[in-house]
Design a protein around this ligand. Structure first.
Ligand code: MIG
Length: 677
């Protein structure tokens, strides 16, 4: 980055400092703050940064958030929150991603509010023609310039550093469920997929694999020999991916708890005692991941599972989520007890209900515990949004130290910009609703803007009962998301693909995914190394196309591909907008498909449940492998090509994708055959 003040034209990023912000670690390179303020924003009396929006201006970004690709018309707040009811009224989800791009009449620019605390974005909510942003604590503001939205994002990504790249096998399909009880259940899933001739690369272990929800332990009754099971599964091409929770069980004799207490590595209350909350293990404490020593210590514990043959993890409950704090619960229980045997006034009854209802994730509790950071002791409340990021960083830093060249699978529920260097994200507790299929699509480009490339939603929906058609349509979108995982919660309908009637279509859909893995992986690595977005709003690729700016249900993917999934129940197809002439590929399976050129404009396309339709811009080629039962079994030397117009070559990342160093020599320029007419 050029920050030479004598050379003003070349400066793409300017930094402004407001107060004395807590360092979030989001930015990967230091740049000097400007002395004189010079941004497009105005500061109003409420301390908000305001910007007039013209009708055609679009505002993109904010990573994991509800509502549109264009974020106009709503207000958002970065305040990492565990709440599984994801509806339009929400303003915050699990991540804090304070980067926006304003694109429109007066050009395009990006703004990153680098703040450990909350940032409020009112994007044409109070006043439809005005953007208002307010950080509740000191912060750095980075203004990013560029000729286009794509360029602005590229500059921003240089600022925040390279995105995490998982191993190649993580581009396979994964099956998960909260409710697999034991080894037999895991084997049933593996067998179910194998017997139905469906590929599978990962089975996820949810909290029940642990002994009483104790991090880094294994329940011996449920999993008598995890190491043997992991080895056996790996022989079949399947990796086991255990969950790690933020809360560490308070229990005498549990080494991790005792060690952490002895060394002072847990977050402490005002008296300096470990702060105790209730989460899955009951009484629990949080590792102080903002303390470098404690972070190192917690990260090193992942080794316990690495030694069992584990190569990937998902970090959960790391907002951190709190079911109740000991103190608040005690107060509520007292209130309840005092009501016993009395004729309770209704106000009191409602008061009790309210107190119970606000036990979980109460912000007042976040003010009750503290972190020992290199910048002094800070209240959790002021750095709340950083916890998940630093928990994931703990694991990644340990992996780097333990096996510097090996790539591990790692993703997290809670996050902050900066975490994109250490792991991916799954977008938390969605539900088996059609609206959440569309929401899955809408979040992809905003997450990519903020550096998060290894992303995906719970396919089929986590909460509530899925239906076969929803799962089919959702899987057809999931084919294109780097993290492709089917996950569901306790007591909902079983959701594994092989349990449904139309096994053939599920087999075909998964087959298409595996055929696309060489392409997906290549597009992913290119996006990661070049600072590009793998998923883009249409307007990013067609900035002069007014219609493209309004498209909220289609995306550009990688180089030259466009997707337009069906996201409504009983829809036999949908309208698709083509900004230019493109080739439509209509797939029944990875080997049975048609290619048709379609003119620019609107088309109504019939898309039955048994077909996947996508589009390829002219001048691009798409390699397809022969489907295989797992990623390691794919033969990337045997490729079939779909070519749209004149395409000369395709840049492909080859190799087994297990090491980091491999990437230096894995880029090939492959000659592409002539287009089939
Ligand atoms: O309080 O581990 O988002 O994926 O299955 C729920 C159980 C805790 C929330 C995660 C979900 C996971 C579940 N967890």
């Amino acid at each position: 980055m050029n920050n030479d003040n004598k050379n003003k034209e070349k400066i793409m990023i300017r930094k402004y400092r407001y107060g004395n912000p807590f360092p979030t670690g989001a930015v990967a390179c230091e740049i000097a703050a400007e002395k004189k303020e010079q941004t497009a924003f105005r500061l109003n009396a409420e301390g908000e940064f305001t910007l007039a929006l013209a009708p055609e201006d679009c505002v993109y970004g904010l990573g994991e958030a509800v509502r549109g690709i264009n974020k106009r018309g709503w207000h958002y707040e970065s305040c990492n929150e565990d709440d599984p009811i994801i509806t339009e009224k929400r303003t915050a989800l699990y991540g804090a991603h304070n980067f926006i791009v304003v694109a429109g009449k007066k050009g395009v620019f990006g703004a990153f509010f680098d703040c450990a605390d909350r940032v409020l974005f009112d994007i044409g909510y109070t006043d439809p023609d005005e953007l208002r942003v307010k950080a509740v604590a000191d912060f750095d503001l980075y203004i990013v310039e560029g000729k286009s939205a794509v360029e602005v994002v590229r500059e921003f990504r240089k600022l925040i550093g390279d995105s995490y790249i998982p191993p190649k096998w993580a581009f396979g399909f994964g099956q998960s469920r909260w409710g697999y009880r034991c080894e037999a259940d895991i084997r049933e899933v593996a067998d179910g997929y194998a017997e139905s001739d469906m590929p599978l690369d990962m089975i996820y272990l949810d909290i029940d694999y642990m002994d009483h929800y104790k991090d880094f332990t294994v329940n011996k009754e449920r999993y008598p020999d995890l190491k043997a099971l992991a080895a056996d599964m790996k022989k079949r091409g399947i990796r086991l991916i255990p969950i790690i929770d933020a809360g560490v069980k308070v229990e005498k004799g549990y080494d991790i708890y005792e060690e952490g207490v002895e060394k002072g590595y847990f977050c402490k209350d005002a008296e300096g005692e470990p702060y105790v909350v209730g989460v899955w293990p009951g009484d629990s404490v949080f590792p102080d991941v903002l303390n470098p020593e404690a972070r190192k210590w917690f990260g090193s514990k992942y080794r316990i599972l690495l030694d069992e043959g584990i190569e990937g993890f998902w970090n959960d409950m790391n907002e951190p989520s709190i079911f109740y704090s000991k103190k608040r619960l005690a107060g509520v229980l007292e209130k309840v007890a005092s009501a016993r045997g009395r004729n309770m006034p209704l106000e009191e009854y409602h008061g009790i209900l309210g107190a119970i209802g606000t036990l979980a994730n109460n912000r007042a509790d976040y003010a009750e515990f503290f972190h020992d950071t290199p910048n002094g002791t800070v209240s959790h409340l002021s750095v709340h949004n950083l916890f998940g990021c630093y928990m994931t960083r703990a694991a990644a830093e340990y992996f780097e130290e333990y096996q510097p060249d090996k790539r591990y699978l790692l993703f997290s529920r809670s996050s902050h910009i900066g975490m994109h260097r250490y792991g991916g994200i799954w977008t938390g507790d969605n539900a088996s609703w059609w609206t959440h299929l569309l929401l899955n699509l809408k979040m992809l480009p905003s997450l990519n803007m903020c550096g998060f490339l290894y992303v995906g939603a719970d396919i089929g929906g986590f909460g509530d009962n899925t239906s076969e058609d929803l799962l089919l349509r959702w899987t057809a979108l999931g084919i294109f998301t780097p993290l492709m995982r089917n996950h569901s919660t306790l007591d909902t309908r079983m959701q594994e693909c092989f349990r449904f009637k139309d096994k053939k279509t599920f087999r075909n859909l998964l087959g298409i995914r595996y055929a696309l893995v060489p392409w997906l992986y290549s597009e992913f690595v290119k996006s990661a190394t070049r600072g590009d977005m793998m998923f883009r709003p249409l307007a990013f690729d067609f900035p002069d196309d007014r219609r493209a700016r309004t498209v909220e249900d289609q995306l550009m993917v990688g180089e030259g591909l466009m997707i337009a999934p069906v996201y409504e129940q009983n829809a036999a197809g949908r309208y698709v907008y083509l900004p230019e002439e493109m080739k439509m590929i209509r797939m029944r399976s990875a080997t049975d498909y048609e290619e048709t050129m379609l003119s620019a404009g609107d088309h109504y396309l019939e898309i039955p449940l048994t077909e996947t339709v996508f589009f390829l811009r002219k001048g691009h080629a798409l390699p397809l492998a022969e489907p295989a039962k797992c990623v390691d079994a794919l033969d990337e030397t045997k490729l079939r090509w779909i070519v749209s117009g004149n395409a000369a070559e395709y840049e492909m990342y080859v190799g087994n994708g297990e090491s980091k160093s491999e990437l230096k020599t894995a880029l090939r320029k492959l000659k592409v055959p002539q287009e089939k007419k």
